[in-house]
Design a protein around this ligand. Sequence first.
Ligand code: FES
Length: 384
Amino acid sequence: MSLRLSARAVIRPPILNSRGLATATSLPKVSRGPTGIVLLNMGGPSTIPEVYDFLYRLFADGDLIPLGRYQEPLARFIAWRRTPKIEHHYEEIGGGSPIRKWSEFQATEMCKRLDKLSPETAPHKGYVAFRYAKPLTDETLKQMQHDGIKRAIAFTQYPQYSCSTTGSSLNELWKVTKSLDPNSEIKWSVIDRWPTHSGLVKTFAQLIKDKLKEYDEKVRDKVILLFSAHSLPMSVVNRGDPYPAEVAATAHSVMRELKFTNPYRLVWQSQVGPSAWLGAQTSDTVKSLVKKGQTNIILVPIAFTSDHIETLHELDLEIIKETKVEGIKRAESLNGHPMFIDALADVVHSHLKDGAVASNQYHMQCPMCKKEVCSDSRRFFLSQ
Ligand code: FES
């Protein structure tokens, strides 16, 4: 049976530059002024009282967890049910998520580097817009308007594109822009994915090498590297979401950088609810390997750019600590590593130099997507 793309699936054919980036529309020309760079991410509650609101927004997001026409009441119910347990988890990792702290640090340090790398677009001003926690997209946009920003880059902090993560953040940014900036005073371009950026890959490889040094030389090259990424419902995967392929591309690039010194697998974590999710699950994989006597394992969080509950609680406490096996460790997260900050600055600098409003891939919707918001938000960003 042949697959046919719906008329809505392709916005328009892009013209590619030498680096495969779309230039059908070039970066918006605006008068000289600060360049706003907005780091998009899911966010996390910085304090315990923010947990319910965070969970409610998360489960109310049909782009992330499709719950059908009862999404809103179900979101309230699930958030209410899960809040005490999740509050306890945040208490166990120090009273809140560090993702805001890291994101603000990354934005500030990245902009310092960009001011030197790209004086023609300076000054650069970093912002953070979270999908489910403060600062939310509307708060950030209001701040940008207050700061007089006229040119901005939406820079996803999910290096691998999924419609449930980056797509959701961009849909939200488009909705908020429609109401707060109806005359499009701010001109946008988008960094929608960067799964195999050399700086990203090299930083992951360095963090793995650092962790491998903790093992005896005799077993070092036998240590199994388990790249762990947030899973997706199979309903999202089967819509044609690009995320699994892009996460695999990152893992493979990191292994190539490491010269394939160790055996490795890509596994998936953080499944919720009874429906089918992409596997194998990280926790099941670790248990199974340990049962087989393979007890030297490094977990590598490959789809997060900073620590949050999925690394500090799920990997460190629920899997590593509970397993009580000395040889099971976790590679540090990217957080404030100088190589990673350099990488962030380079991604933005290349984007500015290339003059593309988005990647070629961003022009195409998932083959099975029927959501108007996906085509409307693309049309908005690609027409800047
Ligand atoms: Fe992927 Fe709409 S769900 S483009």
